[in-house]
Design a protein around this ligand. Structure first.
Ligand code: MV4
Length: 449
């Protein structure tokens, strides 16, 4: 087992990782930017190293600074959390070269899944259903026009280097293909430095369903069921739940088994998430794989009882899956609301100092946060204030529990998305599980300009 782990992140996920290490008896090293000098992850880690000025590119994203901190403090492993360096294959390689265990899959697997067209090809070859589309990047306008005619309309042009909704363009008729192709390539080049794009049939009202997996270093992979992540706005998830109210027991078993078989073929290790779109008729289509722990991992923890961060660490240390997670059974229902420092109507970030912070508690309530009563929400980083997570014996109880917890959550001094969550939880369609990726657009009147 590892002696000491460096946590290459900040905020609630850095604290979450420190909690797991403490329970495993592993010492921790926090890294922090000048803006985070007084942050809780610094206070609760055994050691802390400043790695630069507030801007992420100068600190949390600076590979030489993070590696130097790891070498100075003599750690055995680095946990990257989510965001920042968590899906950076080069960083994973630098860790390998420095004889530090990167807590994630092999660098080669990170790279494969980062190229979205390649991930699609590899997962299709490994037996997962994919949306009809091009086998790889499309070379020129002529090829795009030809592929479009085969795929049909509407279709979507996606950046090979994209993901998470960045660099996408919907095309509704043949006359729009050439222009959209040019624009998409230009935008992809600007955003990612890689112009390559590929084409897929566009699904109009899908649900976003993702399967949580764990793999060990001995070739075993398991799935821990799915999460429903359709409640989002502008590709920012707002609410996640497990299990999905739209997935039946048999579909879960079937897709779970197919996901596991595909990842065994690839030689996947560590925690990962396989994202699907689910059509109105219940068909699943693979779209992307995330090779990191995700923000919404707690809802899976609540229904499986598996501590995913501790599992990541034990698996990376060479333990076998059968020892770390002997069996998976789903119990009850869990919902997570992301409480962001944003105007709930316009979604404009609302940085500043908190004047009051009272998180709810009680039976079945979990709050993952790094915020306290006079914390400052910095404009430099993402605006997540807290994750409010509930567990109930069924979805109805989880909803009622979330509603009372939202009522009792006090955050003053900044604007938060709490009022929006109260509204969503009170909605009849949400309560009956009639949700898809357009739910929030339907619920909210056009934002005031
Ligand atoms: C799609 C799609 C419809 N058809 N692909 C957006 C995030 C990225 N991971 C993939 N995304 C989508 N891909 C096809 N072929 C619709 C979306 C999409 C979406 C997906 C998941 C969650 C929210 C979304 C919101 C708008 C569009």
């Amino acid at each position: 087992m590892f002696r000491k782990i460096l946590v290459a992140n900040r905020g609630e996920i850095a604290l979450r990782i420190i909690c797991a290490c403490k329970e495993l008896g592993i010492r921790t090293v926090a890294v922090y930017s000048e803006a985070d000098r007084n942050a809780l992850h610094v206070r609760f880690a055994d050691e802390a190293v400043c790695i630069g000025p507030p801007r992420s590119v100068d600190s949390y994203l600076n590979i030489p600074h993070v590696i130097s901190a790891a070498e100075i403090t003599d750690v055995d492993a680095i946990h990257p959390g989510y965001g920042f360096l968590s899906e950076n294959a080069n960083f994973a390689e630098v860790c390998d070269a420095s004889h530090i265990t990167f807590l994630g899959p092999r660098a080669e697997v990170i790279r494969m899944m980062g190229e979205k067209d390649r991930a699609r090809r590899e997962m299709a070859a490994a037996g997962l259903p994919v949306v009809p589309g091009t086998p790889g990047a499309v070379a020129d306008e002529d090829a795009a026009q030809k592929a479009a005619a085969e795929i049909g309309f509407p279709l979507i042009i996606k950046a090979v280097a994209g993901g998470g909704g960045r660099g996408m363009r919907i095309v509704r008729k043949p006359g729009e293909v050439a222009g959209a192709f040019r624009t998409a390539r230009h935008e992809a080049e600007q955003a990612f430095g890689v112009a390559d794009v590929y084409l897929e049939r566009f699904l109009e009202r899908p649900r976003h369903i993702e399967f949580q997996v764990l793999g060990d270093s001995h070739g075993a992979v398991i799935n821990l069921g799915e999460r429903e992540c359709s409640i989002q706005r502008r590709h920012q998830k707002l609410i996640e739940e497990a299990p999905s109210p739209g997935v039946a027991h048999r579909e879960r078993e079937e897709m779970g088994a197919r996901v596991v078989a595909a990842l065994v073929k690839i030689g996947y290790s560590g925690a990962g998430t396989v994202e699907f779109l689910m059509d109105e008729d219940g068909s699943f289509f693979f779209i992307e794989m995330n090779t990191r722990i995700q923000v919404e991992h707690p809802v899976t923890e609540m229904v499986t009882g598996v501590d995913l961060i501790k599992a990541q660490i034990r698996l990376a240390a060479g333990e076998k899956l059968a020892a770390v997670v002997p069996s998976v059974t789903l119990r009850g229902h869990s919902i997570e609301c992301r409480v962001n420092a944003e105007d709930p109507d316009t979604f404009v970030p609302s940085a500043g100092r908190l004047t009051a912070f009272h998180p709810p508690g009680g039976n079945g309530v979990r709050v993952d946060t790094a915020v306290h009563s006079d914390a400052v929400i910095s404009p430099y980083y993402d605006s997540l204030v807290a994750k409010l997570i509930v567990h109930g014996s069924d979805r109805a109880e989880a909803i009622q529990r979330m509603r009372r917890a939202l009522e009792m959550f006090v955050v003053e001094g900044i604007k938060t998305t709490i009022p929006l969550h109260r509204k969503i939880l009170a909605d009849a369609d949400f309560q009956s599980g009639k949700i898809d990726t357009h739910f929030v657009e339907r619920l909210l009147p056009l934002p005031a300009k």
